[in-house]
Ligand binder design. Structure first.
Ligand code: FRU
Length: 326
């Protein structure tokens, strides 16, 4: 097999600018740093499926050894991903899926389960009775479809809870807010709002505050990211009542990529775990996260030191070489 350091991995991201996907990329970079020399080509499609398909096409033309992709919408990216796969390029689908089974591996949480967990939790905090508004992700993106189905199936078991209105917020705060302003009667009548991510859930809380409805209405989101502006902070500040952890899988995707490239055994489906974060466990999660991120900083400092030592060593080598040559 080819030396791992010569591999080129292409990563096609549907929309790179939000906190969740910045976290995903950070995790990838951290894991990539353990494979020095490997090439990594990154393209951000800015939430545009057509642009994403073109970016993947460019990567294929340039020549990549493996493709990692989080498809903005399932249908519009299916063709190009199948093309890559049928050319013999291994494809790792991460978080969002295409509409096809032609991929080498999938990394991500089970979004149907994520929706179901949210539904069960909703049933519990509403004590079995209430009206719910649902703010969904982008139509045609697989987590929106799967979360909606999971949430619906969980609540379908219980007679006391109705989903009175569903709107598409496209994963974006502004879009969610615009849609909510148009369904004020249902919002006023609601006992809770379930938004498919924390960005839209936080936007929901702002709308509720603006309409002076906030006090009684519960808001539930998904992602539960650590750090400034993340869901953990929002839950601990009481902006959100709860959030379901949705891990990014950045680290696992890169690990899977190298297993595939090195012809080692790998799992076709790496399903990441989710759980509900609310006021009862948010402090624990924040504490754990604080520890992990301080260890992460230690690792980065050590890496910087090693790099410095390597530079010194290389300089000395160069001096030696020059001496030999002259
Ligand atoms: C980030 C995001 C997350 C959500 C995921 C679904 O771009 O919107 O908030 O959980 O994508 O694919």
């Amino acid at each position: 097999t080819k030396d791992a350091s010569l591999y080129t991995i292409g990563f096609s991201q549907c929309i790179g600018s939000d906190l969740w996907r910045r976290n995903m990329l950070d995790e990838m970079k951290m894991e990539l740093s353990l494979h020095p020399g490997a090439n990594f080509i990154y393209a951000d499609a800015d939430g545009n499926s057509k642009k994403q398909a073109e970016q993947v096409k460019n990567m294929l033309n340039k020549g990549i050894d493996l493709l990692i992709i989080s498809p903005n919408e399932a249908q519009p990216l299916t063709g190009i991903v199948e093309q890559a796969y049928n050319k013999g390029i291994p494809v790792i689908v991460i978080d969002r899926k295409t509409a096809s089974a032609q991929y080498t591996a999938y990394v991500g949480a089970d979004n149907y389960q994520v929706g179901k967990i949210a539904g069960e939790y909703m049933h519990t905090i509403l004590k079995g009775k209430g009206k719910v508004v649902e703010v969904m992700g982008l139509p045609g993106s697989s987590p929106a479809i799967e979360r909606q189905r999971g949430f619906y199936d969980a609540l379908a078991q219980y007679k006391g809870i109705q989903i009175t209105k569903q709107v598409y917020g496209d994963w974006l705060k502004e879009n969610a807010q615009k849609q909510l302003m148009q369904i004020q009667p249902e919002l006023k009548d609601a006992d809770a709002v379930f938004a498919h991510n924390d960005v839209m859930a936080t936007g929901t809380r702002e709308v509720l505050d603006k309409l002076k409805l906030s006090k009684n209405i519960k808001v539930l989101g998904i992602d539960a990211l650590p750090g400034t502006g993340g869901g953990l902070q929002m839950v601990s500040a009481g902006v959100l009542d709860a959030s379901v952890v949705y891990p990014t899988g950045g680290k696992e995707a890169i690990m899977t990529a190298f297993r595939i490239l090195n012809k080692e055994p790998f799992s076709r489906e790496t399903i990441l775990q989710s759980l509900v974060i609310d006021s009862t466990n948010v402090q624990l999660m924040k504490l754990q996260w604080g520890k992990i991120s301080s260890q992460q900083k230690d690792i980065e400092r050590q890496q910087a030191l090693i790099a410095e030592q390597r530079d010194i060593y290389n300089n000395q080598q160069m001096v030696l070489n020059i001496i030999v040559i002259t």
